[in-house]
Design a protein around this ligand. Structure first.
Ligand SMILES: [Zn+2]
Length: 309
């Protein structure tokens, strides 16, 4: 019963599609809700922080108080001003002092970081990365999110910002990326790219919990489907080669909805990741154990980890 005496920790994972809000008592999830991010766009900007606070209050079990709030936001977050700078996919929470407004409304510590970082913190402290010294997390979703934690600390650029490692170039194919480069890892190995290729072979393919089993069966009967997944493993492996060589993590966690297909594209990864003796790197690559909840869970523990205001 002691955990109920602790103040609750709220976590918000703001994605381009959905905004997930969870409440933790200790490390136990006591409530959770996902709201389409587009809904916040229907509200005036100065009411969006209040709307988030209202949802947290509604989810909070009677008689329990809130101790902190952490946020993971998709795309660039300015770690100095705490302002989200993602007008591409998270415009409704970008370019205004959302964190300051939430801090004032809730009167509790509030912390924010990039969603790839908070998801990695979730896996590192509560999931598949437990016990690792240096953990690489790669999220294969709409795009590719990458975060590296060294003894739990995220690797940042010299300007303090999160390096967007989905934009390492892995191919000379002239595939234009919105970042300005061509042949970016994200343009070839995101789940969206895999979906696009699979739809050419399977126009009515649904993307849900049954997809791995459905695809596994099809691969046995249709060489073209097996070929697409093998090739996908190769492009995922190309980006991982660069990151594993540079950073030498002792654990690599794959997350995002394409990660569930790991056994189906493992052969392609192995084909490009096998090295000569003496050049071997740690290839302990596992599936995320927290799944889609990693971001919100990591966000919820962020203020505790930072000892933040
Ligand atoms: Zn790019």
């Amino acid at each position: 019963m002691m955990t109920h005496a602790l103040p609750l920790r709220a976590g918000i994972d703001m994605g381009g599609t959905g905004t997930r809000i969870i409440l933790l008592a200790g490390e136990q999830e006591v409530a959770s809700e996902t709201i389409p991010t587009a809904w916040f766009n229907t509200l005036p900007q100065d009411q969006r922080a209040r709307a988030l606070v209202d949802i947290i209050c509604r989810l909070r079990p009677v008689g329990q108080r809130l101790g902190s709030l952490g946020i993971g936001a998709s795309g660039p977050v300015n770690n100095v001003t705490e302002i989200i700078e993602n007008n591409d996919t998270l415009a409704c929470f970008s370019d205004y002092p959302l964190v300051a407004e939430l801090r004032e409304l809730l009167a509790v510590p509030v912390a924010i970081d990039n969603d790839a970082v908070v998801a990695a913190l979730g896996e590192y402290h509560l999931g598949a990365g437990r016990g690792s010294e240096r953990m690489l997390m790669v999220t294969l979703g709409t795009g590719i999110g990458v975060a590296l934690l060294d003894k739990g600390k995220p690797l940042r650029g010299s300007d303090g910002q999160h390096p967007e490692a989905g934009h390492i170039t892995v191919s000379s194919e002239p595939v234009h990326c919105y970042c300005g480069l061509q042949g970016c890892w994200e343009m070839l190995a995101s789940r969206s790219q895999l979906q696009k290729q699979l739809r050419r072979e399977i126009p009515n393919l649904k993307w849900d919990a049954s997809t791995p089993a459905v695809l596994s069966e099809m691969m046995a009967a249709r060489p073209a489907v097996a070929g697409i997944l093998h090739h996908y493993g190769q492009v995922v492996g190309c980006g991982l080669n660069t990151l594993l060589t540079l950073y030498g993590p002792d654990a690599t966690v794959l997350s995002g909805s394409a990660a569930a297909l790991l056994p189906l594209f493992q052969s392609g990864m192995d084909a490009v990741m096998t090295r000569a003796e003496g050049y071997a790197v740690n290839r302990k690559i596992t599936h995320s154990s927290l799944g889609d909840a990693a971001g919100a869970l990591g966000a919820a523990i962020l203020p505790t980890l930072r000892g933040t205001r």
